[in-house]
Write a protein that binds this ligand. Sequence first.
Ligand code: FE2
Ligand code: FE2
Length: 284
Amino acid sequence: MHDDDQAIRILLIGDIVGKTGRRIVKQKLPGLRESLGLDLVIANAENSAAGSGITPKIFSELRAAGVDLMTLGDHAWKRKDNLDVLNNEELCLRPSNYPEVAAGKGWGVVSTESGVQVAHIIVLGRVFMDAVDCPFRAVDSILEQLPDDVRICIVEYHGEATSEKQAAGWYLDGRVTAVVGTHTHVLTADARFLTQGTAYISDLGMTGPYDGVIGREAKPVLHKFLTSMHAPFTVAENNVHMCGVLLTVDPETGKASSIQPMDIAEDGTSPFSHDFLQVPESSE
Ligand SMILES: [Fe+2]
Ligand SMILES: [Fe+2]
């Protein structure tokens, strides 16, 4: 049985977009660390600098706000600042199935204050994404290298297609603590345990402005769809939410005992997600 006193609580935050995404993290995370008793916070920060990439200054700001480990996805090479962060900061990862020679690292092990070690691996999907090495085999090879005393392992699957992410979930079921998706900027309503005990969600969603198209102003995106002509995609600003999941994990077994979606609105209004229809008993 899971012992709640020992359990560690890991908050996984979906793609932080632009200055409003950073703002909500800075506003809410210090309080959440306290109120939820968080032991570790991991965030995808690939869109944190004006919608694309990260900078050393933003890395430091997010660290100061309480993010322990950051990841970058397919935006990893879109600004030179990213290289400065990847070359200098162990606590920022890029997808592990990029070529070995690429800057940065694709996985790492971080320790909670109480000394529990947690491995985090990020891989890039291959459906509707850049051509990269096989993400499944990339995870296999990292798992072989993980020291035996690292029992908690989270795999972040950064990809467009839910089918590919679900396949990765089944591939890793029973072998890792959790498989969580990032990249689509939409929090999916499928948080669950797979049959061998791995916690799973197809996407952690976005931490940023929701009155737009996955974080960009709708107008230029619509212009592109309607005319095929490109216009600069400016980052949206309104209706800011912080999304992700809270994982509760037994450090002895490395198994998660809960995976709870998180959707917090900056202005305190209700979340978008998981307000599911309650079916009255008489209609069952
Ligand atoms: Fe991405
Ligand atoms: Fe993203």
